[in-house]
Design a protein around this ligand. Structure first.
Ligand SMILES: [Zn+2]
Length: 550
């Protein structure tokens, strides 16, 4: 997701709430039913009412859910997410019986003879009462959804956690003048009940937060194919755009897509999904974009290259490899944000300089906002915070992208890109999930060194180092030495370790770079230098981008 609208409002509203999450006691209870694994959701929703007016927000739906019992619940009941603020379960038929709907859970009884490994199917008739939320958006002539992070439960019954990936089929009934786009491929389009049904189906499992549809009487669609240079596969491309948007901007993105496909495929493995699609939403959509699997949604008029690159990067970092828990969200946003900078490096005429400038902008945003939390908040594994807190721009986007940049500096290009490629092509993670620890282990495995300290200090601790270094010169046996002492303020809390470069500039205009690994406070390094030193520059290329120097 990309959150660049209403940033100021979010910042104002989030600070006190975050501290409750950070400091409060919490129980380590999984936020989903561990006894089940959902295999398939088939949704049939009548949206005719929602096109009558922006106030017509209610609908009737039918859902067929197929799940497997991975362990038998002692209670004889399983549970799914369904928000009782908006959804009413009217009838359940098939192998499950309705027990109760409480809060955002619906409890269902399983048959007595069920064994572990059995597959169960149930049909659920339900209705949405039209209450307003951040999941199901209705405006005049348009209806769309946004499930991230845990909003799917507001409009259908689901195991609403990124750990459970399932296939989806969506049959959506809309007025005849409306076009509908969604995840997967279009199975059929047929007239029914005075309207038209669009049947979209994805056979590639996805997390609930990545499922979406968008319906509008405004949509114009650009369809074309692109051919993967890596695999030779022909991939359909769909661009859904609206009245008032620039056709030139849409066309430009259409031209960028083949380059973007090659950029990511050549580095991170083949494009994993059925099609590539981008669709703009109405101004009601409060974010920049959302990386729904195979159907990326963008804010109104937002045909912006770097936004498109960010969301497309998520097809690997987030959609193919999904975070195991919401604590691991930085694996999505940090990498997608980093890819914007890396895209600039590859395409800009002054590549590396432009890349560093983009990363320095990320760092400066982080320093301006001064978030007080760590990127990785363990409690989020058990208590999903509201989207406005979870998707903290300064933290899981900008600071995390800077950490990815520093990981590249610390491990070197060869190792860094090997780590990323093995992460995105790893058969254990692909079409499944990965955690922060999985990335740490992979980094250690590929480099043959332990990088736990790196992730621990940057990801699991808040803040950044404040350096107060000093240096002197000594002469020994006729040779000149620079004696450099590294010091960080507040080092009793945590000393940030790093490979450090020092640039020694001589009066004759020449210079030398010295490198060392600084691991503790007050550490001194001696470097033999030539006479006539003009200046000593600490970290001349700003490789430790998340630091202050006092
Ligand atoms: Zn994102």
């Amino acid at each position: 997701m990309k959150r660049f609208l209403f940033v100021a409002v979010l910042i104002l509203s989030q600070i006190p709430v975050v501290s409750i999450f950070a400091q409060g006691e919490y129980q380590k209870i999984k936020q989903y039913d561990t006894c089940i694994d959902v295999l398939e959701y088939q949704l049939e929703i009548n949206l005719l009412n929602n096109f009558k007016s922006a106030e017509s927000r209610s609908f009737n739906g039918y859902e067929k859910i197929t799940l497997i019992i991975v362990s038998l619940p002692d209670s004889g009941k399983i549970w799914l997410h369904a928000s009782s603020k908006s959804l009413k379960i009217n009838k359940v038929e098939g192998q499950l019986d309705l027990v109760a709907q409480i809060g955002d859970r619906v409890y269902l009884k399983i048959p007595g003879e069920v064994k572990t490994g059995d597959t169960l199917t149930a049909g659920i008739y339900y209705s949405h009462n039209g209450s307003k939320d951040e999941a199901f958006y209705v405006s005049k002539g348009s209806v769309f959804t946004n499930n991230s992070p845990v909003e799917a439960r507001d409009w259908f019954i689901s195991k609403d956690h990124p750990i459970d990936k399932a296939v989806f089929s969506l049959k959506l009934l809309v007025p005849l003048d409306v076009k509908v786009g969604a995840v997967g491929l279009l199975e059929g389009e047929y007239d029914s009940l005075g309207g038209k049904v669009f049947h979209w189906k994805s056979n590639i499992p996805m997390a609930t937060y990545l499922m979406v549809f968008s319906a509008s009487n405004e949509y114009r669609i650009e369809n074309f194919n692109t051919v993967s240079k890596l695999t030779g596969r022909t991939i359909p491309v769909e661009l859904y755009w609206r009245n008032g948007e620039s056709y030139d901007a849409v066309t430009y993105i259409g031209q960028v897509i083949p380059y973007m496909l090659d950029f990511f495929e050549s580095r991170f493995g083949e494009y994993p999904f059925e099609k590539i699609a981008f669709a703009t939403l109405t101004p009601d959509f409060p974010y920049g974009g959302m990386e729904n699997q195979s159907f990326i949604t963008l804010c109104s008029g937002c045909w912006y290259e770097l936004l498109v690159v960010h969301e497309f990067a998520h097809q690997w970092f987030g959609d193919l490899i999904t975070p195991s828990t919401w604590s691991d969200l930085w694996l999505n946003e940090g990498f997608a944000e980093f890819m914007e900078a890396y895209w600039v490096e590859v395409w800009a005429p002054d590549g590396k300089k432009a890349y560093r400038e983009v990363v320095e902008e990320f760092a400066s945003y982080y320093f301006t906002m001064e978030p007080k939390e760590a990127i990785f908040e363990e409690s989020w594994e058990y208590n999903t915070p509201p989207g406005g807190i979870l998707y903290n721009s300064a933290l899981v986007y900008k600071k995390a992208a800077c950490v990815v940049y520093m990981l590249r500096e610390e491990t070197g290009d060869e190792n860094f890109f090997k780590i990323l490629k093995q992460f995105t092509t790893n058969s254990e993670f692909k079409f499944a999930n990965a955690s922060t620890n999985d990335l740490v282990n992979l980094t250690n495995e590929i480099t043959g060194k332990k990088y736990n300290w790196f992730f621990d200090q940057w990801i699991k601790h808040p803040g950044h180092p404040v350096y107060k270094n000093s240096y002197d010169f000594i002469e020994e046996d006729g040779k000149d030495y620079l004696v450099y002492t590294f010091t960080q303020k507040e080092s009793d809390r945590l000393y940030y370790q790093s490979t450090v470069e020092l640039k020694v500039v001589y009066k004759d205009g020449t210079s030398e770079i010295f490198k060392c690994f600084n691991s503790k406070n007050g550490e001194k390094f001696n470097f033999e230098v030539k006479p006539n030193v003009k200046s000593v520059i600490f970290d001349p290329e700003n490789k430790i981008v998340l630091k202050e120097v006092k």
